[in-house]
Design a protein around this ligand. Structure first.
Ligand SMILES: Cc1cc2nc3c(=O)[nH]c(=O)nc-3n(C[C@H](O)[C@H](O)[C@H](O)COP(=O)(O)O)c2cc1C
Length: 362
């Protein structure tokens, strides 16, 4: 074993934690270094999100998190998609009423790769022990470099076909994202004919079908809000459960006050929408989603177009034009430090498992 990573951390860090729960990467400042550090310190695994950051900012956050905790954590990277040929100019024009309302100009549509190559260099240089990808497959050469470095490679998948492609590319672990998940769907290519960007599998069928096809360790994500749900996906064959929304109200999370208040209120429904970024994502229903439901499939162009409007809405404390990403079971999220939420989930999981043994006559 040549890598410093394997000497420092041992192999299989994501799949070997004391607590079989992964705190999901939540980009946009939500999964802060403090949230990640608090989670791994409590025995779970957690990912720092690299999405929307520059590679230099990512390096800074990795160092900052390492300064807070001595245990391993992962980094999550967005895979760039091909440039969309959809009419983004027409969509931008349709937002003139929003520009007037919030007193800011919409942003310019434009494609970028989210600093992908420089982020791969950063996680290789800094020997990050686990790197997860979403929105597609990492390149062949990227996977080779990461594995040579002793890094465990995780690919987010939403269908059996994506899972097979990820296994062929050399993924060590698959993060299976079901339909109820909050935030962006990890679909490799957004097929605009379908609301979820591709076939919309619920978590349990996805786990069952993918497990039958690949044999890789599976991390289950999407709509899990209670320890009983964690126990359920472990019973269904997953090695761990990845929860995002359940940690949105954590003290250490960078979730805005408006976002937190609406979660606590718990009365609205969630929906899948392309309105804010041009890629399907699950968030709380609001006016913007209802009025711009015809958004084309064009990520990250629409992300750049709506960004100034979303920022202005946030400054005004107005939830009606903010992207309030959260999963279907959001109203169950508790306000507490991340260690306390993890402790509660584990207690619930043990209770659920113990109750099951009776029910199954074990
Ligand atoms: C606010 C928010 C931001 C998210 N950002 C990311 C991200 O940056 N990268 C990623 O791979 N997944 C991201 N996700 C999706 C999570 O990885 C995971 O699939 C999802 O949270 C699971 O569903 P749940 O929210 O119902 O627990 C995000 C989810 C939320 C709620």
């Amino acid at each position: 074993m040549s890598g410093g990573v394997s000497r420092r951390y041992g192999l299989g860090v994501l799949t070997d934690t004391a607590v079989p729960i992964v705190v999901a990467p939540m980009a946009g400042g939500i999964s802060s270094p403090a949230l990640v550090a608090g989670a791994v310190d409590a025995g779970a695994f957690a990912f720092l999100p690299a999405g929307y950051l520059s590679a230099d900012a990512l390096r800074g956050q990795i160092e900052q998190t390492r300064g807070l905790v001595g245990k391993p954590f992962g980094v999550n990277i967005f895979v760039p998609n091909s440039k969309s040929s959809a009419d983004t100019a027409g969509y931008r024009q349709s937002l003139s009423g929003e520009e007037e309302r919030y007193g800011v100009a919409a942003g310019e549509a434009g494609w970028d790769d989210d600093d992908y190559a420089a982020k791969i260099d950063a996680v290789v240089d800094l020997r990050v022990p686990v790197v997860s990808f979403t929105f597609g497959l990492p390149g062949v050469e990227d996977v080779r470099r990461l594995k040579e470095n002793g890094t465990q490679v995780v690919v987010t998948v939403t269908t059996p076909a994506e899972a097979e492609a990820a296994a062929e590319r050399g993924a060590d672990v698959l993060c299976v994202q079901g339909a109820a998940a909050g935030g962006h769907r990890g679909v490799f290519e957004d097929n605009s004919a379908l609301p979820g960007g591709g076939p919309l599998y619920d978590l349990l069928p996805a786990l069952r079908l993918i497990g039958a096809r690949t044999g890789l360790p599976l991390v289950a994500a999407g709509g899990l809000s209670h320890g009983g749900d964690v126990a359920a996906v472990l019973a269904a064959g997953a090695v761990a459960a990845q929860l995002g929304t359940a940690f949105l109200r954590c003290t250490e999370a960078g979730t805005s006050a408006v976002h937190r208040d609406l979660i606590a209120d718990g009365t609205r429904e969630t929906t899948l929408t392309r309105s804010f970024t041009g890629r399907p994502a699950r968030g709380l229903v609001n006016r913007f989603i209802a009025e711009h439901a015809d958004a084309p499939s064009a990520y990250p162009d629409l992300h750049h177009v709506t960004k100034p409007l979303r920022a202005a809405a946030l400054r005004a404390g107005d939830p009606e034009a903010m992207s309030l990403w959260m999963g279907q079971a959001y109203s169950r999220a508790e306000e507490a430090p991340v260690a306390a939420v993890l402790h509660m989930l584990m207690a619930q999981a043990r209770t659920a498992a113990a109750a099951l043994t009776g029910r199954l006559g074990i």
